[in-house]
Write a protein that binds this ligand. Structure first.
Ligand SMILES: [Zn+2]
Length: 407
């Protein structure tokens, strides 16, 4: 019987018989007889020596498991002194495999996108440990490893909880917004080794304000331009206000103390975005403490500087710097020690902070990558192993736009 439909992975294959047996599709297949070149003496031959039947697991068809019975032809070399016997070329199944090429291909794509191994195992009619092993072998070969880092990279801490380390280091491409590499921990030596091997073309590095990352970059990359990440330096200001609030609310009565804690978001939200009710609470607490009021005004002052700086960009660096100095003066005049500490960090990283506006680069998207990781971790077992975890995160992003799915 010749089928007039072609199943995926069976293009150019002759189906000689098809039937169902115990709910499984059985397809008997063979290839057309063709001249082959002898692998030993390169003489052409079409002479068939014999056939072997090979059973192969294939992708499901119409919701059923499918087994191929491949009548695999062996040719014999006609050169009298050679007589070599060899199997025909085929794209159906790789050597020593019991699954078809198409099956492995579909399984890899599923494994890259799927949130856990168990679902995939069920869909492919196999066990979670089998698909996990498949993941380790097939998927590893699908990852494009980055040998040379691009000119602009981002370095950030990454809470992956894998391989016995709570934190990993992520190297990302801030322009294409994708992860490039995940390092097993956040130690200086690990990052240094990696950058030495792959970072010789790096010119700009965006990073959080970790002294250990900075030292690793300085010691391995010569002198690239370092850009402090916005989210990270802004956080020092918000932390300072947070410290003041916590400290001040101790002196409130029990009711206000609890309520102030619960309403703490009113201090951080942009003033113009507060609802009437939120505004009322803000005023209420600010009236209770002059120190808190001063801290709050500094935060608002900072926010204004930040908005100006963003709008100015590269051409306005002089103005950005002047307004930053005015902010430092305000802090010094205020006597709020928590803010004085924050600006001393700013002064240490001032060049890198100003670079953030000169280059308009940041790590905001890493947060998004982090959130996706949480989903992977919640849904899957088996990703506690660092190599597997790394592979999953990198592949997921590499194949984000490949949406081929089999059902
Ligand atoms: Zn031969």
């Amino acid at each position: 019987m010749y089928s007039n439909i072609t199943l995926p992975g069976l293009e150019g294959v002759i189906v000689t018989k098809s039937y169902q047996k115990e709910g499984v599709y059985h397809l008997h297949v063979e290839l057309e007889r063709q001249p082959h070149s002898c692998p030993d003496c390169h003489q052409m031959t079409q002479k068939v020596h014999d056939y072997r039947m090979q059973k192969i697991q294939h992708t499901q068809a119409f919701g059923r498991d499918t087994h191929l019975f491949y009548r695999k032809r062996r040719y014999i070399c006609e050169e009298a002194t050679c007589q070599k016997r060899f199997y025909e070329d085929n794209t159906l199944v790789a050597r020593y495999q019991r699954q078809s090429v198409e099956f492995n291909q579909a399984l890899s794509i599923e494994l890259i996108h799927a949130k856990n191994f168990k679902d995939v195992a069920d869909r492919f009619g196999t066990s979670p440990t089998t698909v996990m092993r498949r993941f380790d072998t097939i998927c590893a070969s699908k990852l494009n490893e980055t040998k040379e880092l691009p000119k602009v990279i981002a370095i950030d801490e990454y809470k992956g909880d894998a391989g016995g380390e709570k934190y990993q280091t992520i190297i990302a491409d801030p322009i294409r917004r994708k992860p490039i590499e995940i390092l097993k921990d956040r130690k200086k030596e690990t990052l240094k080794d990696y950058l030495r091997q792959h970072g010789q073309g790096v010119e700009v590095v965006v990073m959080d304000m970790s002294p250990s990352f900075k030292a690793a970059v300085d010691q391995s990359l010569g002198r690239p331009i370092i850009v402090a990440d916005r989210f990270h330096f802004c956080r020092y200001i918000y932390w300072a206000l947070e410290q003041v609030r916590r400290h001040v609310q101790h002196s409130f009565d029990a009711y206000d103390r609890k309520k102030c804690k619960r309403m703490r978001h009113v201090f951080y939200k942009h003033q113009e975005k507060l609802t009437d009710k939120q505004h009322w609470y803000l005023e209420h607490y600010l009236h209770k403490s002059d120190y808190l009021e001063r801290a709050y005004q500094l935060k608002e002052g900072y926010r204004k500087w930040f908005e100006i700086a963003k709008a100015c960009g590269q051409e306005g660096l002089g103005e950005i710097k002047d307004t930053l100095y005015r902010f430092y003066d305000l802090v010094k005049a205020s006597g709020v020690v928590e803010f004085e500490r924050a600006i001393s960090t700013f002064q240490n990283w001032q060049k890198e902070i100003l670079n953030s506006f000169a280059f308009d680069l940041h790590n905001g998207y890493v947060e998004g990558i982090n959130n996706q990781t949480k989903v992977i971790k919640r849904n899957a077992f088996g990703f506690g192993r660092f190599d597997r975890f790394r592979l999953k995160v990198l592949l997921h992003h590499q194949y984000k736009d490949v949406k081929i799915r089999i059902a």
